[in-house]
Design a protein around this ligand. Sequence first.
Ligand code: NAD
Ligand code: UGA
Length: 512
Amino acid sequence: MAGHLAIRGEDWAKDGRPQTRPRGIIDGPNYPKSLEGPKYVGRRGLPSACQGVFMKDRVNVLCIGAGYVGGPTMAVIADRCPHVTVNVVDINAARIQAWQTDDLPIFEPGLLEVVKRARGRNLFFSTDIEAGIAAADIIFVSVNTPTKTFGEGAGRAADLQYWEKTARQILACSTNSKIVVEKSTLPVRTAEAMDRILNSNTRGLRFEVLSNPEFLAEGTAVKDLELPDRVLIGSHETPEGIRARKAVADIYATWVARERIIESSLWSAELSKLVANAFLAQRISSINAISALCELTEADVDEVAFAIGSDSRIGPRFLKASVGFGGSCFKKDILNLVYIAQSHGLDEVARYWEAVVRMNEWQETRFVRRMLAAMFNTVAGKKIAIFGFAFKAETGDTRESPALEVTKQLAAEHAHVVITDPKALDNARIDTAGLEGTIAFTPDPYEAARGAHAIAVLTEWNLYRDLDWARLLASMERPAFVFDGRNILDHHRLFDLGFNVFAIGKRPLRHV
Ligand code: NAD
Ligand code: UGA
């Protein structure tokens, strides 16, 4: 352990486990004074598997990609691991600049507090990707991996051109061996390509590629990161691979219980991420399929979901019928799974999973058709207020939001759409470019509803539950309609006030 400043050899048993850690702290001379002392008593010291992996006193982590995953994930690592220096880099200078202010580039409950605790201490944001790579021991790659829009696999396969460029950039800027961690969601066996590119060098550098997919959900990212159901780390099943994955596992073990850290093969880790999203989305499409049946049979989808979810084998979560699932990942990842299955000649498997996406698209269209049918088969010239544009509550993210599809379809029917949302109006404006003239925006739901024929609730923001619905009704055209695409409102109360109420998977409550 000569030259290893991180951990005193005598403190460590032969198996690499700590014997005693009186201050839970490391004692290399380069360790910043500000991090020493009782403040960190009880925290575990530098990762045990880092012994021999990094012959220095601090682990230097780099994250390439400062988005919804890179930003929060690295902020929590830095917050929980003062012994780790975390640099986050991105090609998007505006995004990096925003991470350096208190006006973060993404809205996520609790995130600003976490960032503020670590920023400038051991959490840094920069556009200097080359310097970041050169200094790093561990590189998390968290760039976006969109669906391919051209050529072979267009519309389904992952577009890996940026991924490959990142791998080449890591290679070009590296002067020492590193652990490279796939944080982005990728097709199974992507690590093989990354491994080949990185280890094609003739400079004697060795790169160990790991897969550590992220399972956080937007709106609850901080909670999900601080108390994850599990952390998954895959590696090659070689001594070097296993040692590298233990080094990364030890970083998480600073705050995550060991039994929640799952180690696996690279391929299992990569595939598990796609499959987790596919299973989650499948539950939503399953209950949404049943919602259509409920509307025709007078069964109530919330009652059905409760009844089936009470079976512990099924469980209650992710059974909320809705206008459809959105978000940047479910559709992308399922189509990716579909493409992989097709590439292996598994057409039945591909068709099975593709149906989850098709059902979702059908649900969005069905929602608009129901609006049309209820409103006397025309919405042309009618004002319709869209309550919520984010793909879910507690985020400003609108990627793949069902609200966009509903808006487009209503605009195509010549409705005058007014969109309101507490966090997502900037993104909504960008998403609806080209629809100017038929669309308006306001942060005030009362203004959105004034003179409207209908309100469609498309995001489950709590504030919509608590509005003065009598006041809203008083300002609207009659007959007034509410279409609850999230089943969050008190439908019978709204009906009693005078609204015609259409909820997902429920019998309509109508006066006309
Ligand atoms: P994002 O678009 O918010 O962020 C990606 C960032 O990477 C962007 O800021 C972009 O500028 C940057 N980037 C792209 N190419 C780069 C390069 N060559 N060098 C430096 N920076 C580069 O995406 P995201 O939502 O954070 O998702 C990232 C990955 O994580 C995706 O694979 C996604 O499927 C996966 N994921 C996302 C979530 C989520 O909730 N959003 C959850 C789990 C997993
Ligand atoms: C989802 C997964 O939950 C995360 O585990 C995963 O890491 C992430 O995708 C990813 O890979 O990007 P996210 O999309 O942020 O997270 O949010 P979810 O809570 O999963 O909601 C997705 C969509 O499904 C939203 O539009 C939500 O409103 C909808 N939904 C969710 C329903 O319609 N019904 C439900 O019961 C649950």
